[in-house]
Design a protein around this ligand. Structure first.
Ligand SMILES: Cc1ncc(COP(=O)(O)O)c(C=O)c1O
Length: 383
């Protein structure tokens, strides 16, 4: 089978885990801090503003706690987003308010966000769909103007940028995922960025049971002879990452430019081979100044044909998918919100396989199978 997503890990990552074994230090420790340092350099932010966690969902959980979401609060989130966003908001008693997206880029516009703002809006969460940056400059300006916190879910955008600035660093809080389907992976893992140093310090405490973070730990000793004493002011959770997964992350981050270059080349092949197919809209081209990680490659077709095309590809050993099924349509969150562009995109969008391990022959095979499926399912084209 040709997978839609696939990790690229090998001997280098294994050797890095071996180093953690050799150190006899497997938990949150020196390798974690090195990963935070590396990631800070990659983003252009201080390492102190970052915290490596056991998942991006943990980063969202921490965000909800830090921003003190609660009953009566509303948090705007695109309906096309991963359910962890809505779940972590809902778990606090706050209400996710689902906004519409652009029907082609699947990212919300400033107007989509603005339409959902009310006096109860506590935060806005956006993601960069498929690694393609959204209008993060415009949305950040809107949030600033209204005094609303902006959270960027950059789970899919680990190397994406706008005008040279990393996605995830435009808002007040940014989060990244390194789960096994993401471009760089640590098996499971996530990173959180907190612009405000005080919030960052609090995040370190809340991510580990409310204990003062490791850097400040020594200073927390009331008596230098009693290093086991603890300073705990509030209830935290257990969300931190560890040195084994951080060691993998450091290697993956070094390999990231190569991964993105390969993804860009695969995208260009799909664009070339699928261009001009009747009734098919190609994946959008990121505008000038926007760099994408090319995490997804998506096509848009007649909704009547979409599922059949997916079936044809599956029957030929190729997985496709659609992400993310709109949350305003799932039973838990079902609402009568009118989100026409979201509904249209959910019906006509199909993601093709895109990962750096795909060979040229596999990419060409996928493109040819897609062309054949279109031809087979569009009688007018066959005639
Ligand atoms: C956009 C987005 N945000 C958040 C997450 C959650 O990431 P994790 O699996 O690291 O908790 C995912 C995972 O698929 C995602 O795609």
């Amino acid at each position: 089978m040709i997978n839609v997503f696939q990790p690229s890990v090998g001997a280098e990552e294994l050797a890095a885990v071996g180093e953690a074994f050799d150190n006899n230090w497997l938990g949150y420790g020196p390798k974690t801090r090195e990963f935070e340092q590396d990631f800070g350099e990659h983003l252009g932010v201080p390492a102190e503003a970052l915290l490596f966690l056991n998942s991006a969902t943990s980063a969202l959980t921490l965000t909800a706690k830090l921003l003190e979401f609660g009953p009566g609060d509303e948090v705007v989130v695109p309906s096309v987003s991963f359910v962890a966003n809505a779940n972590t908001i809902t778990a606090t008693g706050a209400r996710p308010v689902f906004c519409d997206v652009d029907p082609h880029t699947l990212n919300p516009s400033v107007a989509d966000i603005e339409a959902c703002l009310t006096p109860r809006t506590k935060a806005v969460t956006i993601l960069h769909y498929g690694g393609h940056p959204g209008d993060v400059i415009g949305i950040a300006a809107l949030c600033k103007d209204r005094g609303i916190t902006l959270v960027e879910d950059a789970a899919c955008a680990v190397g994406s940028s706008v005008d040279g600035r990393a996605c995830g660093t435009f808002g007040d809080i940014g989060i990244w995922s390194f789960d096994s389907r993401k471009i760089i992976t640590t098996g499971d893992g996530g990173m959180i960025y907190l612009r405000d140093p005080e919030l960052a310090r609090r995040a370190h405490r809340l991510a580990y049971h409310g204990l003062d973070d490791r850097g400040a730990f020594a200073a927390a000793f009331r008596d230098p002879r009693r290093w086991w004493d603890q300073t705990i002011h509030e209830v935290g959770q257990r969300l931190i990452g560890n040195d084994m997964t951080a060691a993998i992350g450091r290697v993956q981050l070094r390999r990231l430019p190569g991964f993105i270059a390969r993804r860009r080349a695969i995208t260009a092949t799909y664009d070339r081979m699928l261009d001009g197919l009747p009734g098919v809209r190609l994946c959008p081209q990121p505008p000038t100044g926007h760099l994408s990680t090319h995490y997804f490659y998506w096509l848009q077709v007649d909704p009547e044909l979409r599922d059949g095309i997916a079936e044809d590809l599956l029957n030929n050993g190729v997985y496709t998918t659609f992400r993310y099924p709109p949350l305003h349509r799932v039973p838990l969150y079902g609402s009568d919100a009118e989100l026409p562009a979201t509904d249209a995109a959910a019906a006509n969008t199909l993601l093709l396989p895109l990962h750096q391990a795909l060979t040229d022959a596999e990419v060409q095979r996928v493109a040819r199978l897609f062309c054949a499926a279109i031809e087979r399912r569009t009688p007018a084209v066959a005639a």
